[in-house]
Design a protein around this ligand. Structure first.
Ligand SMILES: Nc1ncnc2c1ncn2[C@@H]1O[C@H](COP(=O)(O)OP(=O)(O)OP(=O)(O)O)[C@@H](O)[C@H]1O
Ligand SMILES: [Mg+2]
Length: 587
């Protein structure tokens, strides 16, 4: 546990390092702060002995002045201490958040498929907040309070050594439970944060999937699911609260015992004439003043433990290596001609059955390859291997003869324009969604791309044209409109390899033909992979690949495959039927 904590602190240190000057200032503040507290306790002695007992006029003027000075000084240093420490804490948190976010961007697609969005978000927000609290009210606050206690202990010893020893005997009784509570806090914190992550996941799903929740009347069900998790969190929080609330009173009651012993023994000394009331009350004041720092140490210690638990979770994210990594001598790819080759490719998600088996496919520059096959046959998976969203399990995928594993990821993806099966649009303007990838594109080019995707007309009709914000995932647009914006985006990217995964599936027949036509002009001089169920699209391809259960079973032109009378011929009749139905509906 201790080793674990030290390791975590070691790793946190570089984040605090840039702010070391402010940290040192805060640290230095702790010394005058401790002197001031000790001074205040010490002044009780002359106040009682000289003013009240000896009736010394001079002291009557001096002591209040002294008190004012000490309090003013203490306030000043307290302010400086808190501000500096807060500054470090907030800046630290900002840096950690930036780091975690930037790291997330480097992680592979598989990471985002594995962990729910809510959980990932909870780590960036809640865990880092806990971490900040550990920095703000953590170690240095404990150092400050220890200094204060040392100063006050000086006063205790100075005023009455024997009494001081009695009080010290009590100390371990306070510290041992505190340490145990800290450990427990850490455990509950980890579990609590896991729950918070789960709750965030529920919320994210129910909010983004709200339309479905409503359509299926599942509000109650969602509420129950959410509230069940919420109650579990409550239970954990209550356990934590118990620990947090018990430590103060426990210390207080132990302090009460100490106080009673001190009053008994101290009062006895005063009555016996061994000590003065001033000495005694100054002692009591110092003892009382140690109470607050001890209590702060208790809560700070718990905050540290919770913070360390959070730190562990944050570092877990930072330690996640991207599965897809560039090789050391990765080549910068430029001026690609567009030869794409799959050689002996096998692919499986995680440890599941292979989804692609022994794929051998050599595509010449400028070829248009249509990939057809039943749903779930592996079409999307196949095209996802080209921009290296996933790594092959066996075999190689190469572009212009270079294995994609030996090309820098950015230069590889620069050569590929992709319209995915579920295009993602951002809650931003139409313009920015089209020019995503190169935000400095000229207005002319953007409009040109929109025209080619047959999107210009409807964009013009939007309330603010190209400046209209289209909502999260483009919710303010129809499915077909979204697809056309995604197509415009890929047209604008103008890359030598084009991948269209069901890119026109939401468009009606006429519109699809139009878009198809402009895609045809786009397809010229590019290597294109088209996944589609539409005959008109498939027919125009230079080559058709038929995938069944992850295997290429047939390959050739439309006519060749049709005359073969095999799998393609079967698919063809299904597609033909579908197209007819679509036409009927359209008419
Ligand atoms: N992230 C994933 N993890 C595990 N299995 C997956 C994952 N994505 C897809 N699969 C599985 O891989 C197989 C192929 O999926 P893929 O999306 O490539 O099919 P597809 O041919 O594109 O189908 P469709 O025509 O419906 O789009 C399916 O059986 C699917 O269940
Ligand atoms: Mg698919």
């Amino acid at each position: 546990m201790l080793k674990d904590s030290i390791n975590l602190y070691k790793r946190l240190f570089p984040f605090v390092k840039p702010y070391w000057k402010k940290f040192i200032v805060a640290l230095i503040c702790t010394i005058p702060l401790s002197f001031c507290s000790a001074g205040i306790a010490y002044l009780v002695k002359p106040a009682l002995d000289d003013v009240f007992l000896n009736k010394d006029m001079q002291m009557l003027k001096l002591i209040p002045l002294g008190i004012i000075c000490l309090y003013t000084l203490r306030s000043f240093f307290e302010y400086l201490f808190n501000y500096m420490l807060g500054y470090v804490g907030h800046s630290f948190m900002t840096d950690v958040r930036n780091r975690v976010y930037a790291h997330l961007q480097t992680l592979s697609l598989s990471f985002f498929l594995k962990y729910p969005t809510g959980q990932i978000m909870s780590r960036i927000t809640n865990d880092i907040n806990l971490l900040q609290r550990a920095v703000n009210t953590g170690l240095i606050k404990i150092i400050k309070e220890i200094f204060t206690i040392i100063g006050l202990t000086g006063v205790l010893i100075k005023q009455d050594l024997k009494l001081a020893c009695i009080s010290f005997l009590i100390t371990p009784w306070v510290i041992i439970p505190l340490l145990r509570f800290g450990k427990k806090s850490r455990k509950f914190s980890t579990r609590g944060q896991q729950k918070v992550g789960k709750i965030a996941t529920f919320m994210h799903e129910a909010i983004t999937g709200n339309r479905i929740v409503k359509a299926f009347g599942m509000e109650e069900y969602e509420n129950r699911r959410f509230s069940k998790e919420n109650v579990r969190l409550l239970r954990l929080r209550l356990k934590r609260l118990k620990i947090r609330s018990i430590s103060g009173p426990l210390m207080e009651s132990i302090g009460g015992v100490a106080g009673a012993a001190v009053v008994f023994y101290g009062g006895y000394s005063v009555l016996a004439g061994d000590s003065t009331p001033g000495t005694f009350f100054s002692f009591v004041a110092a003892l009382l003043l140690t109470y607050a720092p001890l209590r702060t140490i208790g809560t700070s210690y718990q905050n540290i433990q919770e913070g360390l638990a959070a730190a562990k979770r944050v570092f877990q994210v930072l330690d996640t290596e991207p599965e897809i990594r560039e090789s050391k001598n990765a080549k910068q790819l430029s001026d690609v001609r567009g030869r794409v080759e799959f050689s002996g490719v096998f692919f499986a998600y995680d440890d599941n059955e292979p989804v692609l088996r022994n794929i051998n496919l050599h595509v010449k520059p400028g070829e248009v390859v249509a990939i057809v096959g039943m749903t779930g046959s592996g079409k999307t998976t196949l095209v996802n291997l080209i921009p290296r969203f996933f790594d092959v399990t066996e075999g190689t995928v190469s572009i212009d003869g270079y294995d994609v594993k030996n090309i820098t990821l950015s230069s590889l993806r620069n050569q590929i324009s992709l319209v995915s099966q579920h295009p993602y649009l951002f809650n931003d303007t139409v313009r920015n969604n089209i020019s995503y990838g190169d935000v400095n594109q000229s207005e002319e080019k953007i409009v040109e791309a929109a025209k080619a995707a047959f999107a210009h007309e409807f964009i013009e009709r939007l309330p603010e044209g190209y400046n209209s914000v289209i909502g999260e995932q483009g919710v303010k647009l129809s499915g077909g409109q979204r697809q056309r914006i995604a197509i415009a985006r890929s047209i604008l990217k103008d890359a030598p390899v084009l991948i269209l995964d069901e890119a026109t599936s939401s468009l009606d027949s006429q519109l699809e033909k139009d878009v198809q036509q402009s895609l045809e002009s786009l397809v010229k001089n590019r290597t294109t992979f088209i996944v589609s169920h539409r005959l008109s699209t498939i027919r125009n391809a230079t080559r058709i690949i038929v995938l069944i259960n992850g295997k290429i079973v047939e390959e050739g032109s439309h006519e060749e495959l049709l005359s073969l009378g095999g799998e393609y011929a079967k698919l063809y009749s299904i597609y033909l039927e579908k197209d007819k139905m679509a036409c009927k509906k359209g008419a």
